[in-house]
Design a protein around this ligand. Sequence first.
Ligand SMILES: Cc1cc2nc3c(=O)[nH]c(=O)nc-3n(C[C@H](O)[C@H](O)[C@H](O)COP(=O)(O)O)c2cc1C
Length: 408
Amino acid sequence: MNVTNVTNDIYQLSVNVEDILFEGLWEIPNGVSLNSYIIKGEKTAIVDGVCGWDGVPESLFALLDKLNIAPESIEYLIINHMEPDHSGWIEDFKKINSNFKVVCSKKSAELLEAFYGHTENIIHVTDKDTLDLGKGHILKFVEIPNVHWPDTIATFDTLTGTLFSCDAFGSFGRATSSNYDDMLSKEEIDFYEKEAVRYYSNIVAAFSMPVKKAIQKCSDLPIKIVAPGHGIVWRKNPNKIIEDYSRYASYQKGPAQEEITIIWGSMYGMTEKAVQHAIDVLEKEKIKVHVHRVPETSWGTILASAWTSTGIILAMPTYEYKMFPPLAAVLEELGKKKVQNRKAFRFGSYGWSGGAQKELDEIISKYCMNWDFLEPVEFKGRPEPKDLELITEKLRTLVGEVRELTNE
Ligand SMILES: Cc1cc2nc3c(=O)[nH]c(=O)nc-3n(C[C@H](O)[C@H](O)[C@H](O)COP(=O)(O)O)c2cc1C
């Protein structure tokens, strides 16, 4: 666990989690940090917990000792949201301090009872409330429901301008002791930016409307530091991550960036021949392309590039009168995350009846994805030169459409 100083009287406790699927589902090749914060006024508060803490009270004692904090002096545990990655430590925390008050939204309190049976000493807060910790640290609370659980609040320290934003403005990527934008190189910031896209698209994307509302609400605050529950702390340029999140939220309804994502699958290499051809054509068109084969590539990786791409190409054969199943599964996930209004094109092989296209149309319509498709190109068995020519023509049209939309 890392302990670092955020600013006057504020410290970060951070644990890296690796070798798991986040939420039991999302691949995290570069890990993820769980960040908790301590604010030391005359009274002391902990904002969110660190679930990766080993559960041994002595470990936390030792950390607090480093900061000259007696465990029993922690008066408030502020729960920004009740998702167990942050709050799952409450039972362990009770082992070192049996006399603290929980500060959270009314909805969090309900969840706290349902998940951990904890009902004592709870202070419900809303937008109208403040909490004075002394030494000038007056905390303000901002309800930002559905970013990403319905109970979510952000906590704002009015003295230092620090916004403890919970899952908002978070990213994947393990933390180091230089977990601050002012301590990182340009390359490292780029790394966390990619990890933020992956985090946003996998975890927050479906809640893009609430994200927009939360950003609007927080725009009234004089924010100097953004301290999220995952990822790096933004001290030098807090607006960067806020603007990035605003952009990511806008990608839901498109247009996104001048990029194309190809998602493809093939059993016996017939569709694959056309995919290879498509990659060559797009390379000549000099447009940024992400290529993902299914089922080999994880949903999380595909979602991250589909989220930033204005154009999407789906290439798959017919399988038992429907789409190649792993592609159907990924497309359903894109639908659930509301990847909408893309410029799109589909091609693929069939043997005798076809049928992939029908299921594709059904999924697009079921999730109201509103993708604007070019006429599909389907070929029986292997693609003939005339099929490849037609695909070339469609790809050029797609590139033109993507460029037109993104350069408006
Ligand atoms: C298990 C299986 C099921 C298939 N089901 C259909 C089908 O319902 N309709 C059809 O037209 N072709 C069907 N085919 C034929 C494939 O679509 C055809 O072989 C195609 O060329 C495969 O392309 P690929 O090599 O890119 O996987 C099926 C093939 C397999 C192996």
